[in-house]
Design a binder for this molecule. Structure first.
Ligand SMILES: Nc1ncnc2c1ncn2[C@@H]1O[C@H](COP(=O)(O)OP(=O)(O)OP(=O)(O)O)[C@@H](O)[C@H]1O
Length: 494
């Protein structure tokens, strides 16, 4: 995850307004004079940069993907349709977009926050993932296996993006190719990623209900990927982005590999409810890869062993993920990458404390079962998410309605610094860009917000749905206390 700087220093007047003015290449970024901070009040501080030069994309090709069933009424589609209707050739091009900021640079891609020209509504913004195909081709080793080569990672990501239709995964609105760049137009997540959120919280950990919420949404996203036959292999908080409405969006599919899947429906007998239920199971069968890919702390033992791995690696990573959200660190982290790998293979799984009541005990049991070193013994290895969903840690989760539940974090972005408040052990905690952690009362928070000139009035820039939560939390101490279902709040200094 690219580090992030104090956004208060950033002025919109510095930003290039046109894609035709910018060099999207990776190689020139360090020589740039214009620098842009990401807008997430994240854990880190480097700035990415874009140089003002090159190329006008006269020969750009575009293709708008057909609206997918579950998002067909999404206003993003109407906005894109309106633009293409006005376009002389009836197609969408890069010059239809205004570049707002550079969000970050990954291994193969740069990601930009962008908006359709003539559209002023921030809720209709997009992210544009730009892949330099020349660079990917040149950094692919001729001797490398099909799966290891960088171009195949680009192809994997393109193929996964084009297949997705799920609330917790990105929608690919269009692929716009220009010169040697492949550009993917996807949903913009204004809330940053879970890794940055964790680093803004005391001890870098989330309260248990928030852990359950994020884990449940991520589980549904991975279940869906598996149902399409994709093994994800890159689950970590950095790849869990937060949409403006606070729900998750899993990102970054370049390490995915596909395998055969034949979904089945089983009848299962529920002893407690004394009834029969249907259970949907769609786990990739015979998924097998020998590539050593992923992030050290999240690698499953069978990846490190090199004897081949399958779908079970995602359930191991899911265990590490739940552990990290709950305890603020990963379970096998060592002093070096090498010692982390050794720990994954041999170190006993330990939990920082055993307190916290039955919900914590259930969480520890879930983690223990997911972090079984033998992939055959691992929870989820046979029946996938269906098994994991039945674990007591998730009891009470309404799987079909979770997308309509109020998320634990609501993010409002007006272009200012992100400030987050959380309630732990009956006290409020506050942090934000440039602020140190402090335990404080609601009054202190209000004072601090005033000092930092946070507007407590509704602003047209506030994203829909996020203002009410903030207003209740900050303005009214009594009412905020009663609304404990929303224990963390991120709001913005303007
Ligand atoms: N849809 C999006 N909305 C907002 N920010 C995004 C979006 N997609 C990616 N980002 C941000 O852009 C940056 C680069 O993302 P990208 O997926 O290319 O690479 P990565 O996750 O850093 O790593 P890599 O591909 O090398 O594993 C990340 O910081 C990510 O949080």
């Amino acid at each position: 995850m690219a580090p992030c700087a104090n956004v208060e220093e950033e002025t919109m007047t510095n930003l290039p307004q046109d894609f035709s003015d910018i060099d999207l290449s990776f190689t020139s970024s360090s020589a740039s004079t214009s620098s842009f901070a990401t807008n997430f009040g994240g854990a880190s501080s480097a700035r990415s940069s874009i140089s003002l030069s090159l190329p006008s994309f006269s020969s750009s090709h575009s293709c708008v993907i057909k609206p997918l069933p579950h998002r067909r009424f999404d206003p993003h589609w109407s906005a894109l349709r309106a633009t293409t209707n006005l376009s002389p050739d009836g197609s969408l091009h890069l010059h239809h977009f205004k570049l707002l900021r550079h969000l970050g640079t990954g291994n193969l891609a740069r990601v930009f926050h962008c908006r359709l020209r003539g559209v002023e509504d921030p809720s209709l913004d997009f992210a544009l993932k730009v892949v330099d195909l020349d660079l990917a081709a040149s950094s692919s080793r001729p001797s490398s296996s099909v799966e290891d080569d960088k171009l195949s990672h680009v192809r994997a990501e393109a193929s996964v993006l084009a297949s997705l239709d799920h609330p917790f995964l990105p929608t690919l609105y269009a692929r716009l190719d220009a010169s040697h760049y492949a550009c993917f137009l996807i949903d913009y997540c204004s809330g940053g990623d879970l890794h940055s959120l964790l680093h803004r919280l005391p001890s870098h950990r989330l309260p248990l209900p928030a852990v359950r919420f994020y884990a449940a949404e991520v589980l549904l996203a991975v279940e869906y990927l598996h149902a399409l036959g994709f093994v994800y292999r890159d689950l970590k908080p950095e790849n869990v982005l937060l949409r403006a409405d606070g729900h998750v969006m899993l990102s970054d599919f370049d390490l995915c590999f596909q395998s055969h899947v034949s979904p089945t429906v089983h009848r299962i007998w529920r002893r407690r409810a004394r009834s029969e239920e249907l259970e949907f199971v769609a786990e990739p069968e015979s998924a097998f890869s020998r590539s050593c890919v992923g992030t050290h702390e999240y690698l499953a033992p069978e990846i490190i062993g090199g004897g081949g791995h399958g779908n079970g690696v995602d359930w191991w990573a899911f265990g590490v993920f739940v552990y990290e959200l709950l305890y603020g660190r990963t379970p096998f982290k060592g002093g070096s990458k090498q010692s982390t790998l050794k720990n994954i293979l041999a170190k006993e799984l330990r939990f920082p404390d055993s307190s916290g009541g039955s919900s914590f005990a259930a969480a520890r049991d879930l983690i223990r079962r997911l972090l079984a070193r033998d992939p055959q013994q691992r929870l989820g290895a046979i029946k996938g998410a269906a098994e994991i969903k039945r674990h007591p840690f998730f009891s009470g989760v309404s799987w079909s309605l979770i997308r309509t539940m109020k998320p634990p974090v609501t993010v409002c972005l007006t272009g200012g610094a992100v400030l987050s408040l959380s309630k732990e052990k009956k006290r409020w905690w506050m942090t934000g860009t440039g602020l140190k952690w402090s335990s404080c009362t609601n009054n202190k928070i209000i004072q601090e917000l005033r000092r930092r000139r946070v507007s407590l009035r509704r602003s047209s820039n506030w994203l829909p749905g996020s203002f009410d939560v903030r207003q209740n939390r900050i303005k009214s101490e009594g009412r905020a206390r009663q609304r404990t279902d929303c224990s963390i709040l991120a709001c913005v200094c303007t």
